[in-house]
Design a protein around this ligand. Sequence first.
Ligand SMILES: [Mg+2]
Length: 351
Amino acid sequence: MPRLSQPSRPEPSAPAQHGELAFIERIRRAASSGRTNPAIRLGIGDDAAILRPKPGEELIVTTDFSLEGRHFTRDRHAPQSIGHRTLARGLSDIAAMGARPLAAFLSLALPKSLARDPAWLDAFLEGFISLAHTARVSLAGGDTSESPSDHILADITLLGATPYGTALRRSTARPGDHLYCTGWLGGAAAELDATLNHSGATHPTASASVSPNPHPHFFPTPRLTLGQQLRQRKLASAAMDLSDGLSTDLTHLCHASRVAAEIELARLPLHPLAAARTHEQALDFALNGGEDYELLFTTKPRTKLPRTLAGIPLTRIGTILAPRRNQPTLTQVAADGTRSPLEPHGWEHLR
Ligand SMILES: [Mg+2]
């Protein structure tokens, strides 16, 4: 199938509302609605896109798969949610680096039945483009194909930019640093759990712009402004986004930085959807749930941190420690002061 970046030449044999050229035209039309990011010199319509970051900037690049059956299911996720989540996964990585998003590239493989269903694609694009507008990122290219299986496959590539040498990393935490997270934890897992296990659960089709986000699983909010402010104000010594769950992601940060860490469970900022469950379940969602797309970051002990950044609360949840032989990488401290090892049990999506 032709790439999105090829010029569209409508053929007499391909009526406007059917077929693959129409499919591409729908994506192109959705992409060109709204304001284009000024870094895009050339978007969809040529063999490749041309981007121009500002002088003194370097490019930040990330890719993420969204696979039906693994990250979403068609019976539980409205197409708007699938489009939103596909882009949000990439944007959250850009946020974690403290970068400004520039352009998104979407590769989409749809099963035959959906490839001929303009309503599904339009709803997918509605969710995708709506978040793209909020994030000021342009859809600048991609690829389409008919899926050889009955599964949807969406691959997103995100490009962002930061001034040279200033991007936040996960490998720069030091013993003694304070450990923080943004927003609320466990909400995405709690909402998914309700969807999977309770009949009558709703499958929302639009995001809401209130905090805490009422649909953290279906319409997660990447912390783009917050991540950029952490970088600009030099507040963070290290950062990453929480996509797999705190226990797993903090383990990644500790390994990358060659440090250990302790978490104080009583400090975890529980999302209201998690807090409504039993304490044990809420903690499990917050530690292992995944897909909250909050930021996990560290600060040097003397850094003065505001209570909120970009309107989102910042919560100290623990401390970075020196690694010790035969000691666990992560230690959890219960409300009564009991200490125990915390194993990485990040959520494995829909498995
Ligand atoms: Mg990440």
